[in-house]
Design a protein around this ligand. Structure first.
Ligand code: G3P
Ligand code: MG
Length: 228
């Protein structure tokens, strides 16, 4: 059984989603992978947040892309933290044995140049493991490939992809991130968002490549149970 467990936005069952506190807790508790979402501020700084707006997860209102970072950092998550920057997360994990899945949130807003800014920032962090880049926006992944075709790019989709291996070959991608397993022979697939124990057990037994979960500790305990 080799399914990797990714903390989806950190560990949102314990700490605010996409917060440094959650990421810190996760790495202190030996999380194998961390998934997080990236947008650009108006002054083109990559920050970590799921939504395009700060309405749901901070005490502020408005779109990330309408604020410069100096303004944005005044708004607080529910634990009092400012919205984390990508740089802060890279600093936190750079000497840690953890796999990162960076999701470009470019399907609603076109953040001109985000791919180049992000790839450059990550390459300058000299992480222990290559980052897995994903997006619902295939164009973002294509831009990334043109910038650096040696990285690991995965397409996020809710659709069933027919002939997934042919699709990946054609698009020069490494794998699919799906909300249900396709289970095609030889396909690299990681599944989100898996919080239910029975579903975890099934996916572990199918040996999918990874799962994204809001509770990585529960997933680790569930996987351990299957090993005894
Ligand atoms: O990357 C897996 C998952 O995070 C994709 O959906 O909306 O939670 O970012 P979402
Ligand atoms: Mg995500």
């Amino acid at each position: 059984m080799s399914t990797l467990i990714f903390g989806h936005r950190g560990i949102p069952v314990k700490f605010p989603e996409n917060s440094l506190q959650g990421f810190q807790y996760a790495i202190e508790h030996n999380v194998e992978g961390l998934e997080f979402d990236v947008h650009l501020t108006r002054d083109r700084l990559p920050v970590i947040m799921h939504d395009e707006t700060i309405n749901r997860t901070t005490d502020g209102k408005g779109r990330i892309c309408d604020y410069d970072f100096d303004q944005l950092k005044e708004f607080k998550l529910s634990n009092g933290e400012s919205i984390p920057t990508l740089y802060e997360l890279l600093e936190l994990v750079k000497n840690v044995d953890v796999l990162l899945n960076l999701e470009f949130k470019t399907d609603q807003i076109h953040y001109e140049g985000i791919e180049e800014i992000v790839l450059k920032q990550v390459s300058q962090a000299y992480l222990r493991h290559p980052v897995i880049y994903s997006s619902f926006n295939l164009d973002s992944l294509k831009i990334c490939q043109q910038l650096d075709d040696s990285q690991n790019y995965c397409f996020l989709t809710e659709q069933t992809i027919r002939n997934p291996l042919a699709f990946l070959r054609k698009e020069h991608l490494n794998g699919l991130h799906l909300n249900r397993a396709q289970d095609d022979e030889g396909l690299i697939e990681r599944i989100w968002t898996v919080n239910d124990e029975a579903r975890m057990t099934k996916l572990f037994s199918q040996d999918v490549d990874g799962i994204f979960t809001d509770d990585f500790e529960k997933a680790m305990a569930t996987r351990n149970q299957l090993l005894v």
